[in-house]
Design a protein. Sequence first.
Length: 186
Amino acid sequence: MKANMPGIFSQYIIHADLRPQQQTRSSGFFKLNIYQTKQLLTELDNQLSQANMDRVEEVSQRLMDSICCQIKKDKKHVPALRVHVLGVRPSDDRGALHGLYEPADSDRYRARMYIWMRTAKRHEVVAFKTFIRTLIHELCHHLDYEFYQRQESLHTKEFYRRESCLVKQLWSCLDNESVNNEFSIG
Ligand SMILES: [Zn+2]
């Protein structure tokens, strides 16, 4: 399955990038559990620095589970998704793939995200902040489908704004800043 991945994945990337932008609307807010999030981020940083792929995947999964559990709509939380952490980023002359999201469908009960943890050229472990930003980027695709109930997920300005807000929220957890612990999405 791994050998076919870049071809399969590039279809999704092209699909996502070429569609026209669409309007978004405000939908809700949530508060991250600072203590829990900080613990998971610290553990993830630690495992990433040790280049332990299995453990990075496990902690990334727990972090995504934790965040999905905290984002609620109509008293239901966003469904969890399966996190796959892989090695060297697939690449070609257009660049390297950092991550990919596959929505749930009739054949696939759970949505999935794929994150690569080593750079394409030097095969070095990616920086912690880059890794987190990719995780959150793929999570934002998940929110488009599961929170906003959209049929597709596009790289709109609003998408990137939401991604930045979420990333900022994570960093404030790491810095123990309780002031900004309410994050609005939408
Ligand atoms: Zn994307």
